[in-house]
Design a protein around this ligand. Structure first.
Ligand SMILES: Cc1ncc(COP(=O)(O)O)c(C=O)c1O
Length: 390
């Protein structure tokens, strides 16, 4: 039995369970939606957090002395790349930092490019911050996504910034070197800043290789920002935080100057201690997690392929988020969601929320014990059979 087989009781104080009524209009669903995992956060991290919260005085703290070193060692070990400590800045969350990069490096009215379908906060905050959302549709083929390069190049011409989800959410697409080099080259030619959101990078499963954006070449260093975080991989989104990596001195001065002088990314001893612990003490847990998730992905793919021939799986090798393509079921988005909620009794994220290209899709979170997936697939198979008379 794997440690990830253990079903951990989570109460209604977490969004995954506490928002069922609000999200699905019923509590009678297995929740496979929001992007956290039902696994215990690794013990070394819990112990570290415990030691921070039990300090008798919760005053202003200094930076955790080793958090930056732990990040550089992680990058060396996992990606074979020498990140320098001076390139790093602690940030209070990935999405917040993308919004801050928009505010400090672009102006209201500027065009901002994203792919579509895309993690739904992107379009939201681009529009809310007074920028203009421009999107390039990804091409879905054989369970993977590809860029439409001529559309991408054309749209870049009017844009100031490209928000790159790498690996991609939804669908966990690990972009290959050629794709990342092309993004790099075309953005360089167009003078477009790239913010590479790599929050899912350490969930790249065996057999695939994530390429951090700053490792491809130096051409775009003055226009690129990479964001990462322990939150997805080590299941710590409750204690919001992240790491930004910028190689270029001028861009660093500009963006980190903005963060520091506006007091937007102050030291957070809880998060920095967790970062240190995750990157230093959780290697074995991490390896075991990747193996477990890999088996979960394979299990779900096989079940769906065998039992639901009108549904196919989009999955590019990273994260625990599979994008199910149910277009062949020929249901409206409302009816597709209703099929999953009321017939299969499963709470997934409707694909339509990820924008154009998400129609007829549902996002499924496999970051849970196998027994939960077995029950989910049983329910799906049954509902599918009843609906399609098979
Ligand atoms: C692509 C992507 N970026 C950012 C986030 C959230 O990061 P944070 O909680 O640090 O803002 C998520 C969460 O699912 C995500 O999928």
């Amino acid at each position: 039995m794997s440690l990830f087989d253990c079903v951990v009781a989570r109460d209604a104080s977490c969004r995954k369970y506490g928002q069922l009524q609000e999200m699905f209009g019923t509590e009678d669903v297995l929740p496979l939606w929001i992007a956290d995992m039902d696994f215990r956060t690794p013990e070394p991290i819990i112990n570290t957090l415990h030691s921070v919260v039990t300090q008798p005085v919760q005053g202003y703290n200094l930076e955790h002395p080793q958090w930056k070193k732990s990040v550089t060692e992680w990058y060396k070990k996992r990606y074979g790349f020498d990140v320098q400590e001076g390139w790093l800045h602690f940030v209070p969350g990935v999405i917040r930092t993308i919004v801050l990069s928009l505010m400090s490096l672009t102006k209201p009215g500027d065009n901002i490019l994203t792919c579509t379908p895309i993690y739904d906060p992107y379009p939201n905050f681009i529009k809310t911050s007074g920028r203009k959302l421009i999107q390039t549709g990804l091409i879905e083929k054989g369970g993977c996504y590809y860029f439409d390069w001529s559309d991408f190049k054309e749209k870049l011409k009017t844009c100031k910034m490209f928000l790159f989800s790498s690996p991609h959410n939804p669908g966990g697409m690990v972009w290959d070197r050629e794709t990342i080099e092309k993004v790099n080259r075309y953005c360089h030619r167009a003078g477009v800043i790239v913010v590479s959101d790599e929050v899912h990078c350490d969930l790249t499963l065996p057999g695939k290789q994530h390429i951090p954006f700053f490792t491809v070449n130096e051409m775009l260093d003055s226009q690129s920002i990479v964001l990462t975080s322990i939150s997805k991989t080590f299941n710590t989104p409750a204690i919001q935080g992240g790491v930004v990596i910028i190689k270029n001195n001028d861009l660093r001065n500009k963006f980190y100057g903005f963060l520091d002088n506006c007091y937007l990314a102050e030291t957070n001893s809880l998060q920095q201690a967790a970062i240190y612990s995750a990157y230093t003490n959780c290697d074995e847990w991490h390896q075991r997690l990747l193996t477990y998730l890999s088996d979960n992905v394979e299990y779900v793919k096989k079940e769906i392929e065998t039992n639901c021939p009108l549904i196919s799986v989009v999955y590019g090798g990273a994260s625990y988020l599979l994008f199910l393509n149910a277009e062949k079921m020929k249901l409206s988005d409302e009816n597709l969601n209703s099929f999953f909620v009321h017939e299969a009794k499963l709470g997934l994220s409707p694909g339509i929320q990820y924008g154009p290209g998400g129609e007829g899709h549902m996002r499924l979170n496999v970051g849970c014990p196998r027994s939960v997936l077995v029950e989910s697939m049983r329910r799906l198979k049954e509902a599918y059979k009843n609906r399609n008379n098979v």
